[in-house]
Design a protein around this ligand. Sequence first.
Ligand code: FAD
Length: 427
Amino acid sequence: KVSIFWFRRDLRIEDNHGLFQALSSDVPVLPLFIFDTNILDRLLSKKDGRVEFIHQALEAINTQIGGHLCVKHGDPLILFRSLFSELEVVKVYTNHDYEKYGLERDAKIKGLAQEKGVKFETFKDQVVFEKDEVLSGAGTPYTVFTPYSRKWKALLQETVLPNFPSATISNYVDDKFNIPSLADIGFQPSGLVFPGLQVQDELIKSYAQDRDFPAKPGTSRLSVHLRFGTLSIRSLVRRALGKSEVWLNELIWRDFYFNILHHFPHISEGHSFRKEYDRMNWRNNEVEFKAWCEGKTGYPIVDAGMRELNATGFMHNRVRMIVASFLVKHLLIDWRWGEAYFAEKLLDFDFAANNGGWQWAAGSGCDAAPYFRVFNPTLQTQKFDQSLAYIKKWVPELQEFTYPAPIVNHEFARGRVLEAYKVALGK
Ligand code: FAD
């Protein structure tokens, strides 16, 4: 008899809720990860850094647990069907997924498990509060961040944030497995450098002053670790408490967008959170979109951000806001195009946060920037990259005459987009 713990976005041994539950039972645990071909086949590049990141995380887990990790490659439904017939599986443990594809996949696996008489149980791990845990007094989901965060903090005071000592139990099956190489699953190294797992207390303490300046190492760079669960959100909340309310708020934003995704699934169907924004008449000029993607708009701060993204798989949050606003408002290109480009390039790509960020920029989201707020890239540069240190790092040719002229005039673009929003929204 075995039970299975199925790793997904929780690629760590420490403080892992579902893993802890599995290991705590008296049945030995087969720890499993599946490189899901339904996801991998959609990736555009065989050098996708996220696949490599996952692969490295799996190797680290396997070393930590003495070689017992079983890694498979294929369609989870087919793979579970054969696992259920090859082994005497009593129960599958896994942590909650909140995305559309994950929910549909889990429903299928659960159905299959039930058919075979196998229990299937999922646990909350990826967020601090989920689903209906943070509701307003009227029992409705929050759509504005500040009252949501107030309630979130009040709830945190009432509960003890659990720590699941999953690393202290080693109730694994005796079998040892070989992890397939990146090449075995059809991928190659990305050449990207992944951020480390550490964040210094000094950084957390000075976060409020430094976080908006992209030239400074002022933010944690932990997003990819939160994305794949190589760090536990609970451990970070514990670190933030008492040190930085501002940093804690960012961790709460993450929960907030998962909460929005859960309660408003229409955002997973390509719709604006505020449906009236779907009446926008976008220009969607493909040449201009390409210039934006390549960092060739003639606006140095926008170009620097896009080049940082293309080169590293990361972009500073302030710059994400600037480039997103620029695409949507200056170029009048549908935010979904930008959302898709970020989804392809960001190592930390997460549907809830990315969709939330894009709809924030477009004005169509919950608690979004108002549609009439059009970031001025020049003023943003003066405020947040005054010495041009960030820009010069990514756009070294700035001094030369070869630097392209702005793709569109700021004042003209501002007038054009305000008019388009007024027409769409009937203002
Ligand atoms: P820190 O500033 O150190 O923050 C700590 C952690 O809090 C982050 O690692 C992240 O997990 C979380 N966080 C911070 N800001 C936000 C936020 N606004 N929304 C949700 N969580 C947040 N973040 C993603 O994780 N994945 C995305 O796909 C993503 N797409 C975005 C798209 C746009 C258009 C915008 C404006 C923002 C997006 N963000 C996304 C949010 C934010 O930019 C990144 O989380 C942040 O830049 C990551 O850097 P860091 O780890 O140094 O963050």
